[in-house]
Design a protein around this ligand. Structure first.
Ligand code: SF4
Length: 424
């Protein structure tokens, strides 16, 4: 029998909310306002201080994947000569913007991407940096780069302080460049306001993710991957605060009433490692639910937001945001962070997703799994997938691995008294 999922009311609101952002973006572009394409944690808040609209390109890849067109777009990028081994998010983006044959706007989510006036890159991955460099030449628009050195385990306090100082001075240089580029004086008050909104949205988001520690969890962490989209769209904007306040309030109500994400007992709580497979999120939720299992924890959602932001020290706190995020630390720090997450969320088993074309997030995954297994003794399964390219994913293979994994968990016995059987 198919286990019923309890959809969140906010999921119904999600696309309308995100659609409004894209509509405004296109209107701003048509009205002649500046648009920047940004990667990763680029300082969207500084751009907003100049009235520049920002687009988070990796987030757009997520939309294309959810819409089921990302593999087609990857193909269109490969027709230009790009290798299928190149990150699928990047191939998706190339396919959407330069692919051959060129995709029509009606095929692309939100009518595609408005042409940018500048590119902003905070390189966390070589592929992203190289493609930005290439697009800067191809489109004839400036490229602003802010370095983001990884904070490896062995770095001392002095080296970290130096990296902090360098990052702040690069942000100041970016402001100087943008003053000349736009002919406008930078509005520091607006930056502080934007950082304040970002801080508030970050706190709410981390609270939302933290609520999955409850048993039963009010939401699957795979759902949380979709609820990241407002973060992509409304960085440093009041809309993100409103969205996450509403989402938190819906989850508060579920927790208060002991309502879980599925109808029936939550027998097994799972940790999901690495990126989501965006084009299969609902199917994975359903597959796990058929065994009474819910993925309740992941480290990826913590890569977004930074509750320690300080509007009084906007540049410094932004530098900390970009450097001290769990996405930018060394292997031992990642192992420690993942072990803590697994402990905090009362996990019964580990699902390690190996994203075929992402070499960066995969890096160290075997070491993390080895350490996690040693420390927790939890059973695990490694499933092969990809963020955007469905050719690297097989339903039958993944389903069969999950079936075997769930049998192992079942043999160990379910947790006691973790149910939500209220039938609502
Ligand atoms: S981190 Fe991975 S998924 Fe993200 S852009 Fe780089 S290679 Fe692609």
């Amino acid at each position: 029998m198919e286990t019923k999922i309890r959809p969140l009311k906010m999921t119904e609101k999600l696309m309308g909310f995100v659609g409004k952002y894209w509509q405004d973006l296109w209107e701003n572009h048509r009205a002649g306002k500046l648009v920047a394409w940004c990667s990763g944690v680029s300082p969207h808040e500084i751009l907003k201080g100049f009235g520049i609209s920002s687009v988070y390109l990796e987030g757009y890849g997520g939309f294309c994947s959810v819409a089921g067109i990302s593999t087609d777009l990857c193909n269109r990028a490969e027709a230009l000569g790009y290798s299928p081994d190149l990150c699928s998010l990047i191939r998706n983006f190339i396919g959407a913007t330069r692919g051959t044959p060129a995709p029509g706007p009606e095929m692309l989510p939100f009518g595609g991407l408005p042409k940018p006036d500048l590119l902003v890159c905070m390189p966390y991955c070589p592929g992203i940096y190289k493609i930005w460099e290439r697009y800067s030449r191809y489109l004839g628009v400036p490229l602003v780069v802010i370095e983001r050195p990884r904070l490896h385990d062995a770095l001392g306090k002095e080296e970290i302080n130096r990296i902090m100082r360098d990052t702040i001075s690069e942000l100041q240089e970016m402001i100087t460049f943008l003053e000349a580029f736009t002919g406008r004086r930078f509005d520091y008050d607006r930056l502080s306001q934007s950082i304040a909104y970002e801080q508030e949205a970050s706190k709410l988001w981390w609270d939302v993710v933290g609520m999955c520690r409850n048993i039963p969890a009010p939401m699957s962490i795979l759902d949380a991957f979709s609820h990241l989209f407002p973060f992509h769209c409304y960085r440093g904007e009041p809309e993100a605060v409103t969205y996450y306040r509403e989402l938190k309030s819906e989850l508060d109500e579920r927790v208060a009433n002991n309502i879980g994400s599925t109808i029936g007992l939550e027998k097994y709580r799972l940790y999901w490692d690495n990126l989501p497979i965006f084009f299969r999120i609902p199917e994975h939720i359903q597959k796990f639910a058929s065994y009474g299992a819910v993925p309740v924890a992941a480290t990826f959602p913590f890569y977004f937001g930074f509750p320690e932001l300080d509007p009084e020290r906007p540049l410094e706190s932004f530098a900390k945001y970009s450097l001290f995020t769990p996405a930018n630390v060394g292997l031992q720090a990642r192992i420690d962070f993942t072990t803590k997450v697994v402990g905090d969320y009362s996990i019964d088993g580990l699902v390690m997703q190996r994203s075929r074309t992402c070499l960066v997030v995969n890096m160290g995954q075997d070491d993390i799994l080895k350490e996690l297994t040693k420390k927790t003794g939890l059973p695990s399964v490694v499933i092969e997938g990809d963020v955007c390219d469905s050719r690297f994913y097989s339903d039958s293979e993944v389903n069969s691995k999950i079936d075997t994994f769930m049998e192992i968990l079942a043999r160990q016995g379910q947790r006691k008294g973790q149910g939500d059987d209220c039938g609502l």
